[in-house]
Design a protein around this ligand. Structure first.
Ligand SMILES: Nc1ncnc2c1ncn2[C@@H]1O[C@H](COP(=O)(O)OP(=O)(O)O)[C@@H](O)[C@H]1O
Ligand SMILES: [Mg+2]
Length: 285
């Protein structure tokens, strides 16, 4: 697959369809080209194409089960595509050898839905972990870097706490600090505010905005939270049952006339939501 010419935004891809240019003048950091993904026999992503440009915040919006996590997990090699390409910094990571992929992986920080901290390690040790694994830095340097990362997420002074001693929002922040440990060029968030109360969730949105301004990283945020999406995004991509149904600036998506996009943005229940009623009827009759 690496023999494929590297497409530029808006160029013709394998299918012969022109992918709409995300931006013709900016660098593409992540290129998703005609990606099809299966879990077993079931196809869950149907020919997804999407460009994410350097320094932008792209929000992947969509209902539960629409394929958002699968898409973002492709970027860090946690799921394999059935066909298509994922280009990161211009390199197709599908089929890359482990050593080569790890070089790219180091430049990507990911904040997982459940923050995925090690409970037996302190917050500082959790944040330091990627530095200990991937660098030869001295302990004293790692300590300083860890403190800076914790400060940048508002957790200064919590170095010696264990995850169990922190609230949900603080754990989330610690997970973000760990994602920042290696000074990544790409930062990925899977449902950053899931399970948090609205005020704490708003704090995480603020933090993402702050990180975006401070570090100019390319940020991809997966969420089903509309308000959060429109607050933090430069551009939004909407997935619906594994189909990409909209991609554009927040204004463009807000003005979309696509019926499924409208339904999602206007929070209109599915027509066949009556399915539950029909099912109950069928049991009774
Ligand atoms: N590991 C898995 N094995 C089988 N099916 C999966 C797996 N992960 C996700 N799926 C299915 O793939 C579809 C997309 O899931 P996912 O990417 O998690 O969606 P989202 O993050 O938008 O909720 C869903 O129908 C889900 O049930
Ligand atoms: Mg998900």
């Amino acid at each position: 697959m690496s023999a494929h010419p590297q497409p530029t935004p808006g160029s013709l891809h394998d299918s012969g369809h022109a992918t709409p240019p995300a931006s013709t003048s900016r660098d593409v950091t992540i290129g998703v080209h005609n990606v099809v993904t299966h879990y077993g026999q079931r196809e869950v992503l149907h020919k997804i194409s999407l460009d994410i440009c350097r320094g932008e915040t792209m929000v992947i919006l969509g209902g539960s089960g629409s394929g958002k996590s699968t898409l973002i997990r492709h970027i860090v090699g946690l799921e394999k595509v059935t066909s298509g390409e994922i280009l990161v910094f211009g390199k197709n990571i599908c089929g890359l050898r482990e050593k080569e992929f790890n070089q790219i992986r180091k430049k990507i920080g990911m904040s997982f839905q459940g923050s995925a901290l090690f409970n037996s390690l302190t917050i500082a040790e959790n944040v330091a972990l990627p530095l200990r694994e991937h660098t030869e830095l001295e302990d004293s340097t790692i300590k300083i870097m860890t403190r800076i990362k914790l400060e940048s997420v508002g957790l200064a002074g919590f170095e010696d706490y264990f995850p169990s001693q922190l609230s949900g929002g603080m754990k989330k922040r610690a997970g973000i600090a760990r994602a920042l440990a290696m000074d990544p060029e790409i930062l990925l968030f899977d449902e950053p505010s899931a399970g948090l109360d609205p005020v704490i969730a708003a704090g995480i949105d603020d933090l993402i905005l702050k990180l975006k301004q401070a570090f100019q990283m390319t940020i991809v945020v997966v969420t089903h939270e509309l308000a959060s999406a429109f607050l933090i995004a430069d551009r939004i991509t909407v997935l619906d049952k594994g189909h990409l149904i909209a991609t554009g600036t927040t204004e463009e998506v807000r003005a979309s006339t696509h019926p499924r996009v409208r339904q999602f943005l206007d929070r209109i229940p599915d027509q066949d939501a009556g399915g539950a009623e029909k099912y109950l009827d069928s049991l009774l009759n």
